[in-house]
Design a protein around this ligand. Sequence first.
Ligand code: PEP
Ligand code: MN
Length: 469
Amino acid sequence: MQDLTQTQPTTFPDSAARLGQAGAANYPGLDAWRSLPISQQPSWQDEGVYQASVKELSALPPLVFAGEVDVLRERLAQAAQGKAFLLQGGDCAETFDAATADRISARVRTILQMAVVLTYGASLPVIKMGRMAGQFAKPRSSNDETRDGVTLPAYRGDMVNGYDFTPESRGHDASRLVKAYHTSASTLNLIRAFTQGGFADLRLVHHWNKGFTQNPAHARYESLAAEIDRAIRFMEACGSDFEALKRTEFFASHEALLLDYERALTRIDSRTGNPYATSGHFLWIGERTRQLDSAHVDFLSRVRNPIGVKLGPTTTGDDALRLIDKLDPNREPGRLTFITRMGAENIRQKLPALVQKVTDSGAQVLWVTDPMHGNTVTSPNGYKTRRFDDVIDEVRGFFEVHQGLGTFPGGMHVEMTGDDVAECLGGADPVDEEAFLTRYESVCDPRLNHMQSLEMAFLVSGALSQASR
Ligand code: PEP
Ligand code: MN
């Protein structure tokens, strides 16, 4: 069941209450979470640094504009109604060191490629969203990590502490909140430049494949890209105007885990007077923090952003209905996304009752599959991994369940990268556990590499074209 063992008070309750006044000052309810049970929060070492960091965040410019957030809500409403598909992907945990142009560009290109494969296969608009520009805090199942008899605090993401296994690095340092903000800002700046400045032009569909290792998925993508080229040349010859192909929408999302960070970046929209979390367009509540009367659910119920909730195999139909009442009381399409992560072995048994109950209640949520987090295993040589076949099997199960119920499988949430890492086992050019020794780079959960990501997009595009018919 969910991890309640780490329920704890805010680290510095007095300064927290005072700091709550900064940013969206006095808007009713935005600080109600401070008196509720909260789990998975850091124990900051230094109160002065904590105060200064939260104060600084409260005064910094928003990372996203409320108008963009509203556009995303409309796009997600389309997906909830079966008229679009959400593709959400990125690292389990972004790191400050990996926020380089090369890494960001490879991830964005891979998402664009996956989106093209899905759009072409299913003739459906694909909403592109990164687990990017803010995915710096991680919930953990244990507070500590022991190596060779030495026990230190667990790594909780670069926003909290460092990955190096030393007491200095593993201490919880609140100045990292500000560094996370700036790293998110520069990441988002590059994403905006790529997707608005011509890099994402659909006429460069071949170009996105360059620089990636040759492999079966690569070749299949090349032939699809050639078909798209032909179609574009044909339409151009007929006089169509392709200005719209130059740019693409791309949204940023992360798990809203550290509520001090989220609260400090919450702003009142000058157009509507409503509060928006401006740290990203879409925020989700993790499987470990989705308790109904807890701080995370309360806080996110009060911002206007579209919100996701991860639902694991212990979720009951009643849990789902109560989450809807709390997070989407007006039953507004696009507001609430349920991201199911049941595990390949559970999906076909557990998902139907949940979907049925929600459908019967008249609520319209967006159903998205996360085929990663229910399928994590440890390899014999000690690495956290996932079998590509299990991941695919959960996706298939997700599509089957929705087909059986006549509901729409509206999206997919994956941990992936554009790099040629070896973290998940299998795929058409199979990764084996020996490869982990030299190409395992993740500081948290295992990601699909570039080729496994493309392969998955091809597999899903087939299922999606059936579902959207
Ligand atoms: C994650 O998305 O990295 C994560 C921790 O997921 P979940 O909350 O579903 O376990
Ligand atoms: Mn993860």
